[in-house]
Design a protein around this ligand. Sequence first.
Ligand SMILES: Cc1cc2nc3c(=O)[nH]c(=O)nc-3n(C[C@H](O)[C@H](O)[C@H](O)COP(=O)(O)OP(=O)(O)OC[C@H]3O[C@@H](n4cnc5c(N)ncnc54)[C@H](O)[C@@H]3O)c2cc1C
Length: 311
Amino acid sequence: METTERGAQRAQELFENLGGSVNDGFPAIHSPVSHTGAGTAYLRRPGLVMLAKPQVNVAGLAGFLEGFDPELGFPGYLEDPTTLPDSSQLCKTAGQLCYASFGPRRTKNENAGAYFERLTSAGHGSVLEHSNFSFLLYGISRSVTHELVRHRAGAGFSQISQRYVSGSVLRFVERPEYQSDEELHRMFEERADRAAAEYEAMAGRLLEHQEGGNAMLSADYKTDARKKVQQTARSLLPNETEAPMVFTGNVRALRHIIEMRADAHAESEIRNLAVRLFLCLRTADPILFGDYTFGELPDGTITVATQFRKA
Ligand SMILES: Cc1cc2nc3c(=O)[nH]c(=O)nc-3n(C[C@H](O)[C@H](O)[C@H](O)COP(=O)(O)OP(=O)(O)OC[C@H]3O[C@@H](n4cnc5c(N)ncnc54)[C@H](O)[C@@H]3O)c2cc1C
């Protein structure tokens, strides 16, 4: 197994190699947009932007800690010289409340890594539910989002509505397997152009029905009419249609998702996403995500694993 230091270095290298950047403490790995000769937009890899992360008010504990016997030394909890990422601090404080571990013999912040290792190795993951991270995910296909939304516990999703948005934001996602084969790439571009053109033709025809007052598709309001057009026209869109979403997960759920989806047995596109998700999370909080190690598959793609699964 990699040492912690080696793991941190590898995580940093991979994050940078994938084009990762950190803006004001928020990691992101963007994905460029390509176009077919006919102008159809598509992406070749997942793009992620961390939109939100915890902000903790440890100082706010003062009034509570001062209310106990001064001999317990609880206010000293606020004078820990080691600063943690807010997400780690929040979970640590939540865990330490359970045993009123605020006195001088508590686990100090400098040993937070070992503290969380004790929790995750014992499966006491509930304190990890306090910290949530939100991401914009794009450059991901409808087949990937269908897999991601199967994760119910501790996760929230707001996905683009194919009923509401028009063909003007239609984009596609090229699978990694097509990118390295000229013929498969050509077929992908043709398919994307065809799907975009058919969608437009179908939407136009359905709109004519609306305007003609056709009973099957009639609607009172423009929005309803558009929805009725698009909900029908989307039936022809392939699994490789892009389906951006805002995704939120608490750390317990995120760890589980990484373990399931950055694994060698996971589907390759969602593994690409899960590895990037992990790299952004590890960049933001190297303690809560510090126990993971990297593996490499024969095709050169990366896996991520921990010995403390399913905390
Ligand atoms: C490699 C791979 C192949 C897959 N193949 C298929 C497939 O062929 N067909 C298919 O339908 N799905 C498939 N899945 C999806 C899989 O079955 C799960 O639906 C998905 O991974 C969500 O994980 P989860 O069940 O752990 O749920 P999550 O919502 O992530 O929940 C996390 C944990 O919370 C607990 N939990 C959540 N909800 C409940 C509940 N209602 N009751 C009790 N405990 C709960 C469980 O311990 C669960 O593991 C596959 C997943 C992977 C990774």
